[in-house]
Design a protein around this ligand. Structure first.
Ligand code: SF4
Length: 747
């Protein structure tokens, strides 16, 4: 093996921030990782998780060979044996019970990995099941549903132009810890400091005094689940005080009068008791937003994982539109990703819009959203007898037992499956139920390009990372594993030639592109395009196609200075494509060709909110908590990230602790309709009275899990408390923020 010292540059794949890394290696060993100072977007910033890539790469608990269940135990097998088992058990099941008998769960890392993202789609097409679930219905679909209804596509999510704003309102987000979500922005701490250094203001609305709140100029506690009331009261103030000034957006907007009527009942005084924010403060913030030259409202997980998540997301964008802060520097803007988006394709300024409910879940009739069913329905779809029952499950880089509602019920349901396959790095709380585990590879053994996350970047940037290491002998690139799975479910058998299948998949894609109206290669000969892509294969070939037909692409010769994968390979730190630029009206893909401020599903749902206005706030409620050294469930087997004091604790306000008899460091029993957990108590005034907080992603003490470090820092699974029946109706997203609970000392 080579022992040559090497320095390579790559994008960190661990969260949404896309920081540039400088990775020093000697042979197959990682010597060190630090921030890439020359990365035009992250400029050297990284967080502690990046260092853990070294440990992740070397983790002895990672699955490195396929595992097949024999006599109840997962044992090592060859790739051929593993695929023979999948073929033997999955294909008859598909033949007898149809495509919907096989469900698929896609975990969050699928959105962070080039190969998984591109080739999971190939597998899904080959499978043809309508039982697809993902982490999107755990936390983010409300944002995408609202954006789709207003602007026309699932990816039309405006992002805050942090680098030019002077007034920022943040609700339910903790980007100093999460590093941003549906807002790709490395170095949020630095960007926040810059806002304040130029005299700007940051206002945070959150039930916890988070690190983001501490970095803000102003923070207000809000009762969990009431953000929509707060936001509609801000809208009410704009109308009541004649502050509606959409400016140039007016000619591209419909529905202003309908919004005025919708928000009429939500006066600041009417919502104050529900939100626990007084009416005067709401009015003042609405005025400040309206009068600021460069301002933006940004909201995330606390507002999207609640009862009125889509309404809250809609209200955020309506505030930005009505104050003229959408689509202008310093406001909420649309990214133009180099690989293209639904809102850079087709006819500029008009499209088909979005449609939901094309099919429903079998048991409770929940509508599909963007092709997916709510993950909170997965357990009942497995358990409930009858035609169309999910009998087999494929999980791809996911751990829904820890990350979706009522994980205990889901774990029991997985035991009732007739067959389960998992593609994963670990035998975790979910994959321990699988009959076949197919190993993924280390992030450092893969090439990388953030096709998804660059869609939400606050600056247009493109960066490609070649693999740092080769895939070790005996392992297989994930795209080939997914192609082989696709071949099995397509009935082509387990011994398919993946190179030939990749050729087929790519040719289809090129032919489609050559036949696509307004594509830069419309009408070209597919053979010519395929020749131009040679000799690339796999994800690189598809990525090159996307870049070259994207908004900055070279169009295979039509724009010779344009972008291509070769250009990115020649720029290892990435290529800066500039700040976000106004895109109205070409960005729109709504049927009307306008920003639709009052789409019918939203209008109908406001009545549900109005009814809830009269409800009392009730007892204790639970919210989640994010930690800088955690990323959902899957990074707890890395010592560097779990060492130190236990972080899976329950935060409770001192007044509540005294009232409930809870001691700092003692154990609390927390119960909800769905389940009960016992968790160590941390008394702190950083949380508001009436609310407790437990982080999610923990609970690693299950038998059969092969995560030795995580087991020593097990924590408890807070999703045992999440009610699988509580769904936000428009997006099918789980209600995780504001779960009613009772809290008492344990024992
Ligand atoms: S902030 Fe996210 S992308 Fe940046 S180093 Fe940390 S984990 Fe990686």
């Amino acid at each position: 093996m080579s022992t040559t010292d090497r320095t390579s540059y790559r994008t960190c794949p661990l969260c949404e921030a896309t920081c540039g890394l400088e990775v020093r290696t000697r042979g197959r060993e990682v010597l060190g990782i630090r921030g890439d100072e020359a990365d035009p977007f992250s400029r050297g910033f990284i967080c502690p998780k990046a260092y853990a890539l070294k440990e992740l790469d070397a983790d002895a608990d990672r699955v490195r060979t396929p595992l097949v269940r024999r006599d109840g135990v997962l044992v090592p097998a060859t790739w051929d044996e593993a695929f023979a088992e999948i073929d033997r058990r999955l294909v008859p099941l598909l033949g007898e019970h149809g495509r919907n008998a096989v469900g698929v769960y896609l975990g969050n890392p699928s959105a962070h990995a080039l190969a998984l993202g591109l080739y999971a789609q190939v597998f899904l097409r080959a499978l043809g099941s309508r039982r697809v679930f993902s982490a999107s219905t755990v936390d983010q679909f409300p944002k995408q549903v609202a954006a789709g209804l207003m602007f026309g596509t699932s990816l039309s999510v405006p992002v805050p132009d942090l680098d030019r704003t002077d007034w920022l309102l943040v609700l339910g987000a903790n980007p100093l810890v999460s590093n941003g979500s549906l807002m790709t922005a490395p170095d949020v701490p630095g960007r926040f400091r810059a806002i304040r250094a130029r005299g700007g203001r940051i206002v945070v609305i959150d039930p916890r005094r988070t690190r983001t709140a501490e970095a803000a100029t102003e923070h207000h506690f809000i009762r969990p689940g009431t953000d929509a009331f707060f936001l509609l009261a801000m809208l009410h103030t704009l109308f009541a005080e004649d502050l509606v000034r959409p400016g140039p957006l007016a000619e591209h907007t419909t529905g202003v009068d309908e919004v005025e009527a919708l928000v009429r009942p939500f006066t600041p005084e009417a919502v104050a008791a529900r939100c626990t924010i007084d009416g005067a403060t709401i009015r003042r913030l609405a005025r400040e937003l309206a009068h600021a030259e460069r301002a933006v409202v940004y909201a995330r997980i606390g507002t999207t994982t609640q009862e009125f998540g889509t309404l809250a997301s809609w209200a955020v964008d309506v505030l930005n539109v009505l104050t003229g802060h959408l689509d202008r520097p310093g406001g909420a803007m649309f990214t133009q990703a180099a690989t293209g988006s639904p809102h850079t394709r087709g006819t500029p300024g008009r499209g088909k819009g979005v449609r939901f409910g094309r099919w429903t879940s079998r048991v409770r009739g929940a509508p599909e959203v963007y092709g997916e069913l709510p993950c909170a329905c997965l357990a009942e779809e497995i358990e409930t007898a009858g035609e169309g029952r999910i009998r087999a499950l494929v999980t791809i880089a996911g751990n829904p037992v820890l990350s979706t509602p009522n994980g205990a019920r889901l774990a029991r349901a997985l035991e009732r499956l007739e067959f389960m396959v998992s593609l994963d790095l670990y035998v975790n709380e979910t994959t321990r139920h699988a009959d076949v585990v197919l190993p993924g590879v280390s992030p450092l053994e893969q090439s990388h390009y953030d096709v998804v996350l660059r869609q939400f970047a606050i600056r247009n940037v493109a960066t490609y990372s070649p693999p740092t290491f080769d895939v070790p002998a005996g392992q297989q690139p994930e795209w080939q594993t997914l192609l082989r799975l696709a071949a099995v479910v397509a009935g082509q058998g387990p011994a398919v030639d993946t190179a030939a299948l990749d050729e087929f998949v790519t040719t289809q894609r090129v032919e489609h592109e050559c036949g696509t109206h307004r594509s830069p290669i419309e009408g070209r000969d597919p053979a010519e395009i395929l020749a131009a892509l040679a000799p690339r294969r796999g994800p690189e070939r598809l990525l090159d196609l996307m870049l070259r037909t994207g908004p900055y692409g070279d169009g295979f010769g039509t724009r010779p200075q344009g972008l291509s994968l070769a250009a990115l390979e020649a720029s290892p730190h990435g290529i800066d494509l500039g700040p976000l630029a106004p895109r109205m009206p070409e960005v729109l893909r709504t049927p009307s060709g306008k920003i639709e401020l009052a789409p019918a599903p939203i209008v109908a749902d406001v009545e549900r909110l109005r009814t809830a206005l009269g409800r009392a706030n009730g007892g204790m409620v639970l919210v989640g908590r994010r930690d800088l050294r955690s990323n959902n469930s899957w990074m707890h087997n890395l010592h560097v990230l779990v060492k130190g004091d236990a972080r899976c604790t329950m935060h409770v306000h001192p007044e509540d602790a005294a009232r409930l008899g809870l001691m700092n460091g003692g154990l609390a029993r927390v119960a909800s309709r769905a389940g009960t957990i016992e968790v160590p108590v941390e008394v702190t005034d950083a949380i508001m009275p009436g609310v407790v907080s437990v982080p999610h992603g923990w609970g690693h003490a299950e038998a059969g899990v092969r995560l030795r470090i995580a087991a020593a820092h097990a924590g408890v699974n807070s999703n045992r408390l999440a009610d699988e029946h509580a769904l936000e109706p428009l997006s099918g997203t789980a209600v995780l923020c504001g779960i009613p609970v009772t809290v008492a000392p344990a024992g």
